[in-house]
Design a protein around this ligand. Structure first.
Ligand code: NAD
Length: 311
């Protein structure tokens, strides 16, 4: 099978590239990435065809998608905070970018498209756990762009019969997730700060909760979905229903790293949701055999990566 990963030089995309190149069913992995937040270095040593460019470039996508069996579309400008600072850039890369990918998949003969939406689409809806039937209530431009993306997948399925699968990722963490930038996610930012002896910055009171998902778990699901050609016009939560407060995460990290931390509390950030906890009945029914990597093990493996290779 020939696979394309858009955003394949990024955190999740490069982990997926490693996973797919190990599969005997996969004969070719192509990556398209404009390196705006990803790094070519993440693909070092892998047998992948790398094309540097944007998913907004239709002619480039036509070349990369020709003859492909599945496209895993991960290219986006992530981060709620980044989208609050740069809403139009977020919309272009995430919403328009997805539309361009879908149009190119259609031109290429109706290629299967798996794409990454986000738990942020639940936004202000207070219901827990979050199941896919809930009303979406985006709180940030990022969440709006992701809601548009998954809605475009559904529309392309209904209008053109395109085989699609929109996943809602929750808080994905693991090796390869960068720490050293303004929009870094909480796990790499805190491991990096604790390792360097810097204070850990907590936005809000720390009682907000997240459903942390180890990147290998996400890649296991994406790999199965790609190899099997799984299709759903409706979005599917990709998380395992573990609800961890940021204060609990701090305690876990103290135990993993064997040192106390020094939390510094800042005001909550606009656009951030208060609680996030997935109902994953739909995921379980589609991929009953996938077992998630537990939080403790995932944090240990992430910390080890930072010790040996991280910033
Ligand atoms: P990332 O920033 O590491 O990866 C995104 C990749 O897309 C980068 O390599 C970047 O260079 C590339 N990219 C950006 N704009 C592009 C464009 N116009 N054309 C081509 N490439 C472009 O982020 P990630 O954490 O690996 O996220 C992957 C996907 O998962 C994104 O769609 C993100 O919105 C989604 N997601 C991630 C999380 C998470 O917790 N990490 C949660 C929910 C959703």
């Amino acid at each position: 099978m020939k696979m394309v990963i858009t955003g394949g030089a990024g955190f999740i995309g490069s982990n997926l590239a490693h996973a797919l190149t190990r599969r005997p069913e996969v004969s070719e992995v192509r990556v398209v990435d404009d390196l705006s937040t990803g790094f070519k270095e993440n693909l070092r040593g892998l047998d992948v065809h790398f094309t540097e460019g944007s998913v907004l470039d239709g002619a480039l996508l036509d070349r990369v998608f020709r003859g492909a069996d599945t496209i895993v579309h991960l290219a986006a400008l992530p981060s709620v905070a980044r989208s609050v600072a740069h809403p139009i850039a977020s919309h272009h890369a995430n919403a328009t970018g997805t539309l361009c990918v879908l149009e190119a998949a259609r031109r290429a003969g109706g290629v299967h498209v798996i794409a990454s939406s986000s738990s942020s689409v639940y936004g202000a809806n207070p219901h827990l756990p979050k199941h896919e039937g809930l009303r979406s209530a985006p709180l940030s431009p990022y969440a709006v762009s992701k809601l548009a993306s998954e809605a475009y997948l559904g529309a392309f399925h209904h209008c053109y019969g395109l085989p699609v699968l929109p996943f809602r990722f929750f808080n994905v963490y693991g090796p390869g997730q960068p720490a050293g930038h303004a929009y870094a996610a909480v796990v790499p930012a805190w491991i990096s700060a604790m390792t360097a002896g810097h204070p850990v910055l907590v936005h809000g009171d720390g009682h907000q909760t997240r459903d942390f998902t180890y990147v290998e778990t996400v890649c296991r699901v994406l790999t199965r979905a790609a190899l099997r050609g799984s299709v759903s016009a409706e979005p599917v939560n990709l998380a395992y229903g573990t609800r961890t407060s940021l204060l609990e995460l701090i305690t876990e990290l103290e135990s993993v790293l064997g040192k106390p931390l020094n939390p510094q509390y800042l005001p909550p950030r606009p656009g951030d949701v208060r609680h996030s906890h997935a109902d994953n009945a739909r995921l379980r029914s589609l991929f009953p055999e996938v077992e998630p990597v537990p939080l403790r093990e995932g944090l240990e493996r992430t910390a080890e990566w930072f010790r040996t290779r991280g910033q």
